[in-house]
Design a protein around this ligand. Sequence first.
Ligand SMILES: *[C@@H]1O[C@H](CO)[C@@H](O)[C@H](O)[C@H]1NC(C)=O
Ligand SMILES: *[C@@H]1O[C@H](CO)[C@@H](O)[C@H](O)[C@H]1NC(C)=O
Ligand SMILES: *[C@@H]1O[C@H](CO)[C@@H](O)[C@H](O)[C@H]1NC(C)=O
Ligand SMILES: *[C@@H]1O[C@H](CO)[C@@H](O)[C@H](O)[C@H]1NC(C)=O
Length: 356
Amino acid sequence: MLLSILTFVLAGQAAAERPPKPIVLSSSGGFQIGGTIIHSPFQPNITLSCDHGYMEYFLPYRPRKTSLVMWHSSSTQVWQNRWDGGPGFKDLFLRRNYPVYLWDGPRVGRANWACEPTIYIPSYMDTANFAAWNFGPRYKQWWPDVQFPTASEDAWQQATSARYVEYDTKANVGLHARAAAVAADSGRVGKDIVYLTNSAGGLRAQLTATLSNTTNIKGIVTYESIGYVFPDNINVTAGKGGFGPYVVPVEQFKKLARLLAVQFVWGDHRAENMSSVVESRLVAKLINQYGGNAKVLKLGNAGLKGSTHIPFADLDNEEVAGLLEEFLGENGLDGYVDEGDDDGEDYEDEDENEEQ
Ligand SMILES: *[C@@H]1O[C@H](CO)[C@@H](O)[C@H](O)[C@H]1NC(C)=O
Ligand SMILES: *[C@@H]1O[C@H](CO)[C@@H](O)[C@H](O)[C@H]1NC(C)=O
Ligand SMILES: *[C@@H]1O[C@H](CO)[C@@H](O)[C@H](O)[C@H]1NC(C)=O
Ligand SMILES: *[C@@H]1O[C@H](CO)[C@@H](O)[C@H](O)[C@H]1NC(C)=O
């Protein structure tokens, strides 16, 4: 009973808050990309098309040039809604006229047509999810300032049950990066791609940039990336698992330095000596040594408190979005396709007229 009341209240709130303007799209859709065709060992004429990724897209009526490719590690849901059901980064950036792409890498989500047998073993992940997503130090022990609607059992249920199987193996990191590189080089995701990633998606996006043969990828913003790509000319030993370190030839690593900008973002509840934070600082330094533009952003230093592992779904995600807007603007990634620079005021005017 309490659950359904909470659900009702949350849904009611979302409907009552009138958005500042409508989201106006020219089109939306999706496509499969990358992957391969395998032949049956018993009957070579029988084939399976498999291991592709799935890209869903939403294209604003008056688009900016930069395509934001939202790359999850738990599920696309984290990009679609805030923890309380309010707008996620997908809507926040569609309202800002950025083309938005939601990516499911090979074998996850809507790309689960695998070339190899896969297995799902239920493993009581709720407890582990709570701490891994940094809602608090231990299960149901929330950080006092956490940007999550802690009183809503429904919000917690939504968060923990939205997960996909993740396949955190080294082979899967390569599989995802190769499919994403094909997608990036195809031109079907635009000529100015910025990857927004969460957690394990960060390693996959870094590797993608080292595999791409075009200049279509312009930037990467990782939210709490666990796992980094290193060049093979320093003493970093490659990891055996799915969280790096991932070592690539230095010539490939230098492709990360050719991006306009890279930003590794961390929440305020992450200690400076956490191994992934240390790695992010080292990789930023290496990228910059090769002439690149990489920075580490601690959200706490920007005044944001109580961030979770998935800050773009946090209750203060408008502020997180504001920081991303700054990043895009500073790096010249906020221009419009039609070259206008009036930041879409004409559409707001139209909306006001319709209301009167
Ligand atoms: C496989 O395809 C080839 C070429 O189309 C055909 O000649 C052959 O008969 C097919 N084999 C089987 C077992 O269907
Ligand atoms: C980039 O070029 C290399 C060398 O030709 C090739 O092996 C690789 O598959 C290409 N990458 C993509 C994403 O097509
Ligand atoms: C790597 O380690 C070897 C052996 O310990 C050492 O001789 C070398 O100077 C190290 N190289 C770098 C770049 O740190
Ligand atoms: C990080 O620093 C804290 C406080 O200085 C210390 O207690 C902790 O053991 C350190 N953790 C690691 C992984 O070094």
